[in-house]
Design a protein around this ligand. Structure first.
Ligand code: AMP
Ligand code: ZN
Length: 467
């Protein structure tokens, strides 16, 4: 099986050719840990988890190295710790733990390595020194700055020339910068801020810029050049552009990573998700609270809803999307709970995913498989293997998939009407309609029981909540 991925660097879908198929290497920018991750942050985590699973399937689980970092040194972290009156370490530890718990519920596998920025300060300092030595960076007023004019093709990822960027730059430029687009590799720490002895002969403590953190962690764990680098589209510029500048110039290479993959943005009910608009939803709230669509949502439901849209498209996060995903998962649980999975996932689904992670197409094939597995138990093991492969189903019961439901949430009148309609369809020998109604009830988490009344010989249908 061969994979293709859309590459932001080449602006087209390319066949994926790993540098070393015995060690396929991927780096994804992870969270800055100062607050609960929101569902926008969950998107790259889920998307690149699926890429990781695909790579493991094709090259073997032991031949893939996936690095997703934790950014635990950042201005937002300092500010939040000061607000809360806690230590930076307490804040970052607590937030990293919350993050792990949240994404585990989303069916996300642990990456091979999860490096923390604060544990790679030495590597960052080495990069600063190398870049100064090679004439790509300079020291000014306690800062180390990258000299973008020293790099012939700065801007290749975002496809913009330095002139265009400079013309568009509206920020006030610090007087010690040689060029307006020069960016910080290292900066002095103020009183009370975290700091480490500075590199490049600078007196006093300082701390790294954000971009150098990822260059250092990727270089340490994946080498100078690796296969895939991922993150949200907002990171393409300046973060990834600057990672590329640092890593390529420090290591004298033509590329940092061969493929650059970016997920699109997540919006809520048609609006950009942001704190100021008050439409900011954390993963934690979706899983535990009752703040979205009046319901508590299981992690598998969230994952299914997320993968309904192709990763490069923007996604509109609605309660309806979650309800549909949940209805499908109810049907899945009804027929697949306890079923032994087959050895391998379905080939058509794999083919769809290997074409630039086409999850909408994969899920529409899954819907077809679900329909036939409902009628034909022999089809169930393969469907189960497929859903497990995608991280969409972990053998939960209907009850587990809807942790907030109570019996009083059910509209018994509506169910009785559906049952009556089904009986009448059966009397008319309209089996397709009868089955359709049964599926609809299954999607509501309702199981039907048909029994023959011994006295009259009539079929009597009762219902109960699926367990
Ligand atoms: P941050 O902690 O802000 O650096 O973001 C962590 C990851 O989440 C990055 O890959 C971002 O690109 C991504 N991200 C942040 N907001 C969204 C959003 N609304 N939709 C999709 N991805 C996002
Ligand atoms: Zn990064």
């Amino acid at each position: 099986m061969s994979l293709t991925f859309y590459n932001t660097l080449t602006r087209k879908k390319d066949a994926f050719e790993p540098i070393d198929p015995r060690n396929v290497r991927m780096y994804v920018c992870g969270p800055t840990v100062y607050d609960y991750a929101h569902i926008g942050n969950a998107r790259p985590v889920i998307v690149f988890d699926l890429v990781f699973r695909l790579l493991r399937h094709v090259y073997g689980a032991d031949h893939v190295t996936y690095v997703r970092n934790i950014t635990d040194v950042d201005d937002k972290i300092n500010a939040r710790a000061a607000d809360e009156g806690c230590s930076i370490r307490d804040l970052t530890e607590r937030t990293a733990q919350q993050f792990h718990a949240d994404i585990a519920a989303l069916g996300v596998l642990a990456p091979t390595v999860e490096p923390r920025a604060t544990e790679h300060i030495d590597e960052m300092k080495v990069l600063c020194a190398q870049l100064v030595d090679k004439g790509h960076a300079y020291v000014a007023e306690g800062h180390v700055l990258f000299d973008v004019a020293s790099m012939a093709d700065y801007g290749r990822l975002s496809n913009r020339s330095l002139e265009e960027m400079e013309a568009g730059a509206r920020v006030e430029v610090a007087p010690y910068k040689k060029g307006p687009m020069d960016f910080v590799l290292w900066k002095p720490s103020k009183e009370g801020e975290p700091g480490w002895p500075s590199p490049c002969g600078i007196a006093g403590d300082g701390r790294p810029g954000w971009h150098i953190e990822c260059s250092a962690m990727a270089g340490k764990h994946l080498g100078d050049v690796f296969d895939i680098h991922g993150g949200g589209i907002d990171l393409a510029f300046p973060h990834h552009e600057n990672e590329i500048a640092q890593s390529r110039c420090a290591h004298d290479t033509d590329i940092m990573a061969g493929v650059w993959m970016h997920n699109g943005f997540l919006q809520v009910e048609g609006e950009k998700m942001s704190k100021s608009l008050g439409n900011f939803i954390t993963i934690h709230e979706l899983l535990d609270g009752k703040t979205f669509g009046g319901s508590q949502w299981h992690g598998r439901v969230v994952r299914w809803a997320m993968l309904g849209t192709h990763y490069r498209q923007p996604i509109d996060w609605t309660a309806e999307r979650l309800q549909q995903a949940r209805a499908t998962l109810f049907e899945v649980a009804e027929i697949l709970h306890g079923v032994e999975p087959a050895e391998a996932p379905n080939g058509e689904v794999l083919a769809a995913l290997s074409d630039d992670v086409n999850t909408p197409s994969a899920l529409s094939i899954v819907h077809g498989l679900l329909k036939s597995a409902r009628r034909n138990p022999e089809k169930r093991p393969e469907l189960k293997a497929t859903l497990q492969f995608m991280g969409l189903y972990g053998d939960e019961t209907v009850r587990e998939l809807d942790p907030g439901r109570s019996d009083s949430d059910v509209d018994a009148g509506a169910i009785d009407e559906l049952i009556a309609a089904r009986l009448s369809a059966r009397r008319d020998k309209n089996w397709a309609e009868a089955d359709r109604i049964r599926d609809r009830l299954a999607a509501m988490g309702i199981v039907l029981k048909d029994a023959k009344d011994p006295a009259s010989g009539e079929i009597v249908t009762t219902w109960e909540l699926a367990r």
